[in-house]
Design a protein around this ligand. Structure first.
Ligand code: IVH
Length: 683
């Protein structure tokens, strides 16, 4: 390569890597796979080695990744948080093994294999056995102090379970959010109109950087330990040090294993390359570490990573297939989601036919066009995704994709609000999927819980013109329903099935609808399906305004005065009440007997503490102990008398007994101050 060309290529690659770094770390929205990213970085490093004169001072090859945020105190790591050298090939692992043996001048080396957890690195510093600081990796040199957030994680002991602990002890590990909890969290976010997290790692990283630790406490984070750093020479090997960590209360994955040869390491890798799908957390490879500490010391570190460890990264399984068409789905709030129809293709054990394309921006950024050959990947991830386009194979006639401008279901002109990613169909009143979606939401378990109706029956009622709006449900009569029929044809198998309403189901439907009239006001408000008004927001609004009559009178200014109601929600409420037909519809629902007022027993209450048990102890500043206990119950929590392993929180006032305190710490039960508790219930 000529010098001029190399210079340009280095500039281009740096810009590209910087862009992806930003998408990954700052916007939590990676556009390319880790593998592609690593390949770009590798190319840059190779060119910079060959042409060092063109290496820029701020080249992305020098960054460990991750930026330091401003709102936390910063801490300079005593030992920099380095990264690991990584490879995707077993051949390079053999080279690593050879290097280690040559260096140590031995024929056999013992390796420890661990999973490479795909989360966020954390450094935990204990002083005299008590958690003193938890610091993120930041730029590797300096990180954010996020101790309060980390203290909410049950698998991190606040006090270590042993007498023989060095005065200062640093441990490192990875914070993760389990896959099932990630799915739940994203569903809640989408319901509130927040952008979903791109993957569990971004969810974990976003969570530990939150300013409000009471919100963190509600997200079920996990921590796996993988490194113990201590000044004292207490251990001979890495394995021993992790066993020690396990004994003093840390979570060490029982997947860790020792091998005397690189062949054993390959077995471990091959096993987890398949079994990773069964784990409830994401891993992106395997870490191989020299076990013996003396040998580790001899091998030492390069500027960036230890010479005694390497990570083997799994290549996400990737296939190429053709993009046949794009469906534009219309959600219950009118939001349009483009979904790619793909030529069916086998990928990691399943046949992939469809993949979401999220929104118009993503299509534009990737420049995806109809009939393109696209790359689809499934790593340990949950849902397969399109990660790129084979531009070279593209037909020269192909044109950039034009995003739709009208609703595919009702033909109405679409709108896109400034700053929002999705297009919307504004025709709330008569766009069929919006009507059906709204009714399905209304009857759903968390809303009016009319379980005698379901998706199929809603479709049946809609098709027969019996239900076009929510209030129509309350006008249904026995004779309207009896004998109604609809034939459903399954897309997959072309098998058709006819649903026909008989006496029993008609009775059940009518009984379910009648029973729903007893649902409390916050549920009714949530059930209306107002954009951005999820369960929690509905409760907040209900508690503040006490009745629908008051809420529907509220101005934008009055709405944003309510704690945690921002411009977006307030605008959405104003638009909902002003929309054609809303006022008449609300009158019809009220006349049908729905609960439009907060009951006495619900004033001030929430179920934010549902399922959580509390031990309340000591003297408090703002409340008596009984008042605090009443608050626990009013918010759905349970008071228990004594601390056990099942206790979720200890609420500690002044003068809490030392025995109780010790027990709580020994069992790793989070101890809340009065202030933290009040924050938690958002009193
Ligand atoms: S050991 C000095 N072990 O991978 C070596 N790291 O690229 C310290 N990681 O920042 C790292 N699982 O966040 C180690 N079992 C494991 C790991 C692991 C995940 C992460 C860690 C680190 C990054 C290195």
């Amino acid at each position: 390569m000529k010098a001029e060309e190399a210079k340009n290529r280095i500039t281009e690659l740096s810009a590209e890597i910087n862009k992806h770094n930003q998408l990954y770390y700052d916007q939590s929205n990676p556009m390319i796979s880790d593998y592609d990213f690593d390949m770009l970085l590798e190319k840059l490093i190779r060119l910079e080695k060959e042409f060092p004169e063109f290496k820029m001072d701020d080249s992305p090859s020098q960054r460990v990744g991750g930026s330091v945020s401003k709102s936390f105190n910063q801490y300079t790591h005593k030992n920099p948080m380095l990264s690991l050298g990584n490879t995707y090939s077993q051949e390079e692992l053999n080279d690593f093994d050879q290097r280690v043996k040559k260096f140590a001048n031995v024929d056999q080396v013992e390796y420890v294999c661990e999973l490479k957890y795909d989360g966020v690195a954390i450094s935990l510093i204990y002083k005299n056995g008590v958690l003193d600081k938890a610091v993120t990796r930041g730029d590797g040199i300096k990180g954010d102090v996020v101790t309060n957030n980390i203290k909410t994680i049950r698998s991190i002991p606040l006090r270590l379970k042993s007498e023989n602990i060095p005065d200062e002890l640093e441990l490192r590990g990875e914070i993760l959010i389990p896959k099932d909890e990630f799915i739940k969290l994203n569903a809640e976010r989408e319901e509130l109109g927040n952008a979903p997290f791109a993957n569990p790692r971004n969810a974990a990283s976003g969570t530990i950087k939150m300013q409000d630790s009471s919100v963190v406490a509600k997200r079920p984070l996990e921590c796996f330990l993988y490194y113990v750093i201590t000044e004292e020479k207490n251990f001979e090997s890495h394995y021993q040090s992790l066993e020690f960590a396990k004994n003093i209360g840390f979570n060490i994955a029982n997947t860790m294993a020792r091998y005397n040869s690189i062949e054993g390491v390959f077995e471990f890798i091959n096993e987890w390359a398949v079994a990773r799908d069964q784990l409830n957390f994401e891993i992106d490879g395997v870490v191989i570490k020299v076990n013996d500490f003396a040998l580790q010391k001899k091998l030492g570190f390069t500027a960036k990573s230890p010479r005694w460890a390497i990570s083997y990264k799994f290549k996400a399984e990737r296939v190429e297939t053709r993009l046949l068409s794009i469906d534009f789905q219309v959600g219950r709030t009118g939001a349009i989601t483009p979904v790619a129809n793909l030529e069916p293709v086998q990928l990691a054990g399943t046949v992939v036919k469809r993949a979401t394309l999220h929104n118009a921006d993503i299509i534009e950024q990737m420049d995806i066009r109809l009939n393109d050959l696209v790359f689809v990947e499934k790593g340990g991830e949950i849902i397969p995704k399109i990660v790129g386009v084979n531009v070279e194979a593209r037909d020269s006639e192909s044109k950039p994709l034009k995003y739709i401008t009208t609703c595919p279901e009702c033909g109405t002109q679409l709108i896109r609000n400034e700053g929002e990613a999705n297009h919307y169909c504004p025709n709330q009143l008569s766009c069929p999927p919006q009507i059906k979606g709204r009714i399905e939401h209304f009857i759903s378990r968390k809303a009016m819980n009319i379980d005698s109706l379901g998706e199929g029956k809603v479709e049946l009622l809609f098709d027969h013109g019996l239900v076009n709006k929510l209030s129509d449900l309350f006008q249904l009569k026995y004779d309207d329903l009896l004998g109604l029929e609809k034939t459903f044809v399954s897309e997959e198998s072309a098998i058709s099935k006819t649903m026909s309403l008989r006496e029993k189901s008609v009775e059940n439907i009518l009984a379910g609808i009648a029973k729903s009239k007893a649902m409390p006001f916050p549920k009714v408000l949530y059930a209306l399906g107002i954009r951005y008004v999820g369960e929690t927001t509905a409760k907040k609004l209900a508690r503040h305004f006490k009745s629908l009559e008051e809420l529907r009178k509220a101005s934008f200014e009055e709405l944003i005065e309510v704690d945690e109601i921002g411009d977006k929600i307030a605008e959405s409420l104003v638009a909902y009440f002003a929309a054609d037909g809303t006022q008449e519809e609300l009158d019809l629902l009220r006349d049908a007997g729905l609960n439009f007022e907060l009951g006495d027993e619900e004033q001030n209450a929430s179920n934010i503490l549902e399922g959580k048990s509390f031990v309340v102890s000591g003297v408090f500043e703002n409340f008596s102990r009984n008042e605090i206990k009443a608050l626990v119950e009013q918010n759905g929590g349970r008071n228990v008398g004594s601390i056990s392993a099942k206790t979720d929180f200890v609420l500690a006032g002044e003068n809490m007994g030392p025995a109780k305190l010790k027990k709580a710490e020994a069992l790793n039960i989070p101890i809340l101050t009065e202030e933290e508790f009040i924050q938690m219930i958002e009193y």
